[in-house]
Design a protein around this ligand. Structure first.
Ligand code: C2O
Ligand code: CU
Length: 455
């Protein structure tokens, strides 16, 4: 169950802005005021090496937040102000990125906008939560080590008018590569830098292939986050139908019934699961998915087991309409930019991943209020999850076809040799932003770009 850690509701702000902060940060800090009647939620986050028990009798050295992996699930209401005091007890610097949140640039938690938090020091993030949905936070520094070792957690933001479920849970999917001696393997090898790491140990909420229980007759809301470095989760719950009710940017228009859903790295999805009729057991697994990697998947792989327990009464009625999403465009539009995902051969990683032929590309600025229609074109034989920081977009086309349903996203999979057309509106949050492939090894190797949002 989600927990609140070191948290105080409704208290005045406790912390001073971080000492050597830049102007953008100071402005954002000063502007972070809760909406009328809302709270300030103060949380201390401590990054530290921990003994991480992934299964009975199996403990590995991980890097946790507040002593655990995942870190605490942060829960809040739209309009609340989050105040996070991050203290670094690791042996290397870190920063924390708030994945999917539309917050000011100065709070984005990347090395573009802040200095890394050195071992022994503290940094305070403070921002207002603008949207309801399932988000996550994670290290944005030396990610192929820091995320792999566990520096991530969930952030759930609710609004008052959401449907009510019998039960709700957050499920963070991940995988790690354990060596024979039980240590998390250090990154390395050309296959890994090409494919990204797909670990040999699959985890849900930091536990290896756990058992979950749902009461027969009940309907639950599952908030699922794919925190894996490179693995695509083609999620199936024993082949049974479930309903998609939300994606990266919160609820969708109406529920979509399906038996599988694809989560690229960093994707979120919200599901209505159940009702199951009788006591039975289902595999929560990833079905084979070919993303063009060297390592192929031929068989389903287990993430968790779902035990359907005794029947219990249900009060859930999943409404036919969940919310209204206004399309950003209707009819034909002019493409304003092409973003080309590619690769070259290089010395450092073997394969060097690029954007517009450049590693760590510097892209043109965009202007506040000017609609952005981007074609993200994949010129490589592998899929790439494209992630835009700080703004939601809508998908217009995937390989020329409109998506199944309208949604707000911050990550979209761009198929091998395919393309995705997205549209987004830069609102008034000027500053430095970025987009990148969320396969951590590709991001590391340079498949990323920074750009300014200007007034
Ligand atoms: Cu999960 Cu640069 O982001
Ligand atoms: Cu990639």
């Amino acid at each position: 169950m989600p927990t609140h850690d070191h948290e105080s509701h409704g208290s005045p702000a406790l912390h001073e802005p971080s000492a050597h902060a830049n102007e953008a940060y100071k402005r954002a800090y000063a502007e972070a005021k809760p909406d009328l009647g809302r709270s300030v939620i103060s949380i201390d986050l401590e990054a530290k090496e921990i003994d991480w028990t992934i299964a009975v009798g199996t403990t590995v050295k991980g890097w946790g937040l507040n002593g655990k992996v995942p870190g605490p699930t942060i829960e809040a209401m739209v309009g609340d102000v989050l105040e996070i005091r991050l203290t670094n007890h690791l042996t290397e610097p870190t920063v924390v990125h708030w994945h999917g949140l539309r917050i000011p640039a100065g709070m984005d938690g990347t090395q573009m906008v802040q200095r890394p938090v050195e071992p022994g020091s503290t940094f305070v993030y403070r921002f207002r939560l603008p949207d309801a949905g399932t988000f996550w936070y994670h290290s944005h520094y030396n990610e192929i080590v820091q995320l792999e070792r566990g520096l991530y957690g969930a952030l759930v933001v609710r609004s008052e008018d959401e449907p009510c479920f019998d039960h709700e849970r957050v499920l963070i999917f991940d995988d790690i590569e354990l060596e024979k001696d039980g240590k998390i393997k250090d990154p390395g090898g050309w296959i890994e830098s090409h494919d990204g790491r797909e670990g040999n140990t699959r985890l849900v909420n930091g536990k290896k292939e756990p058992q979950l229980t749902i009461a027969a007759g009940q309907i639950e809301r599952w908030r699922i986050i794919n925190a894996a470095s490179a693995r695509y989760v083609r999620l199936s719950i024993g082949g049974r139908p479930f309903r998609i009710i939300g994606t990266d940017g919160g609820l969708i228009g109406s529920p979509v019934t399906t038996t599988e859903v694809l989560l690229a790295p960093s994707d979120r999805v919200e599901l209505a699961v159940g009702p199951f009729e009788k006591e039975e057991t289902h595999r929560i697994e990833t079905l084979p998915f070919n993303r063009g990697s060297f390592k192929a998947h031929k068989k389903p792989e287990l993430f968790a087991t779902l035990n359907v327990g005794q029947k219990a009464p249900s009060k859930t009625l999943v409404p036919d309409s969940l919310r209204w999403i206004e399309p950003l465009v209707t009819g034909p539009v002019a493409v304003s930019r092409e973003v080309r995902l590619g690769f070259t051969l290089g010395l450092k990683h073997g394969v060097e991943f690029t954007i517009n032929k450049e590693q760590h590309h510097r892209a043109e600025p965009v202007r506040v209020g000017e609609l952005q229609v981007w074609d993200v074109v994949n010129r490589s034989p592998v899929h790439h999850p494209f992630h835009l920081h700080g703004f939601f977009f809508q998908i217009l086309q995937i390989n020329g076809k409109p998506p199944e349903f309208l949604s707000w996203e911050d990550t979209v999979n761009v198929p091998a040799f395919g393309s995705v057309r997205i549209v987004w509106m830069p609102d008034d949050r000027p500053g430095e932003w970025m987009y990148h492939c969320h396969i951590l090894e590709h991001h590391e190797a340079g498949m990323m770009a920074h750009f300014d949002v200007v007034r």
